[in-house]
Write a protein that binds this ligand. Structure first.
Ligand SMILES: *Cc1c(COP(=O)(O)O)cnc(C)c1O
Length: 395
């Protein structure tokens, strides 16, 4: 009954025989074909000289970092990007050999030890941090130079040294014995905005920084600037590598970028009907009776709630798919359960699958729909699904 899809057990995804899968109250399905498809689509819009870094921070935006990493590397990505040292170690422990850039800041002795030990590559955002890293490598008598990535701030005002000081900064790092500059990069603040003015200003500043560095006679290794939005918006921003997160997971960073390439959402959120009942007109539903049945209704309880990452703020606004039909959620969303109105489908059975995000028949609900309702972005929706939900790979 479940679907045309077949559950597969791969590497780190929940080892799921069919029975275990069917017995779940709620789960996240990861469409492995869609993941491969998205990587191929992204690769097609890059020149052959531009590499693809798949950004798999935050457990691959909630999709399961290890399995996603294995698949995207097979599909054509050659780098992985993570936010933290433990995220990098998790990938190494699973046997992944591809180069891994840590996009976040790392300062402590423990972090630098681990970076060296696990062959991760840190971002260096300031001269001070460069000296710390170099000193720690000195004390552990690290003998080959550690590849590091210089971060310049061209207008994001987050990590990195100001672009005007790029020459001096890069020269300092270049002279440190234990560090090898593997790339110079910056991050864009407004690449998803249809008005490219600020993005172009950042691009210009990045170019000025590169000119400064060249003028000092320092050999420029690799350069990178683009996230998903910039990758889709303008090939002049691609340089030697693009750092793509959201688009790998099949979502567009902005509506105006939807006609660029064909992406398919990778994540589907499902849960099961656990109880069905008829309620009389005037009956209150859930905490606070935020919904009162206007007439006799058929109500289904679904085994998923805000502790799984379904935002409580979607109460009475959420819609779900069951038997290919779109039905409304009713009453306050609770920690582990929520209620839906199935009056239009009177023969719904306990155990049936409800899709909260994804497709059933010709109906589709996306993370963008939730994001719009909640006045947030799809990135936050995707990484909000908790680990109580098993990740199940399907092909
Ligand atoms: C998260 C991140 C990305 C990926 O951004 P998307 O918009 O998801 O493509 C790229 N670069 C840096 C520095 C990041 O932190």
């Amino acid at each position: 009954m479940l679907s045309r899809k077949q559950a597969v057990s791969i590497a780190a995804y929940q080892q799921c025989d069919t029975y275990a899968w069917f017995s779940q109250r709620a789960w996240v399905e990861i469409d492995l074909n869609a993941l491969t498809h998205n990587v191929q689509q992204i690769k097609q819009c890059l020149s052959p000289d531009t590499q693809l870094m798949a950004v798999v921070k935050a457990d691959a935006y909630g999709h399961g970092a290890v399995s996603v990493a294995q698949i995207v590397l097979q599909a054509g990505a050659s780098w992985l990007g993570v936010a933290t040292v433990p995220e990098g170690i998790q990938l190494r422990e699973s046997g992944i050999k591809a180069p891994i850039l840590i996009l976040g800041a790392t300062h402590t002795r423990e972090q630098i030890h681990a970076i060296a030990q696990w062959q991760l590559q840190p971002t260096i955002g300031s001269p001070k941090q460069a000296l710390i890293v170099s000193n720690v490598l000195e004390t552990i008598q690290y003998n080959s130079p550690l590849p590091v990535h210089i971060k310049l701030d061209t207008g994001m005002s987050r990590l990195g040294t100001n672009w005007q000081e790029a020459g001096e900064f890069v020269q300092l790092v270049d002279r440190l014995p234990h560090l090898h500059i593997a790339s110079i990069y910056s991050h864009l603040a407004t690449a998803d905005n249809p008005d490219p003015a600020i993005m172009q200003q950042q691009h210009q500043r990045f170019e000025e920084a590169i000119a400064q560095i060249k003028a000092l006679g320092i050999k420029i290794p690799s350069l990178h600037l683009a996230n998903s939005a910039a990758t889709l918006a303008d090939s002049k921003l691609h340089y030697d590598l693009v750092r793509v997160g959201l688009a790998v997971y099949g979502l567009y960073p902005a509506p105006h970028l939807q006609n660029t390439i064909n992406l398919k959402p990778v994540l589907q959120l499902n849960a099961r009907v656990t109880h069905i009942k008829t309620i009389a007109a005037g009956t209150g539903v859930s905490y606070g009776h935020q919904f009162i049945a206007p007439n006799e209704m058929r109500l289904a309880v679904v085994g998923i709630g805000y502790a799984d990452g379904v935002p409580r703020n979607l109460t009475n606004k959420l819609q779900v798919l069951i038997r290919g039909q779109r039905v409304p959620q009713i009453g306050t969303i609770t920690m582990d359960q929520l209620m839906i109105d199935v009056t239009t489908i009177p023969d719904v059975q306990e155990g049936e699958v409800v899709t909260l995000l994804g497709e059933q028949g010709d109906q589709k609900i996306t993370a963008d729909d939730w994001a719009e309702e909640l006045k947030t972005i799809s990135w936050e929706i995707l990484c909000g699904f908790k680990h109580r939900l098993p990740r199940v790979g399907v092909i």
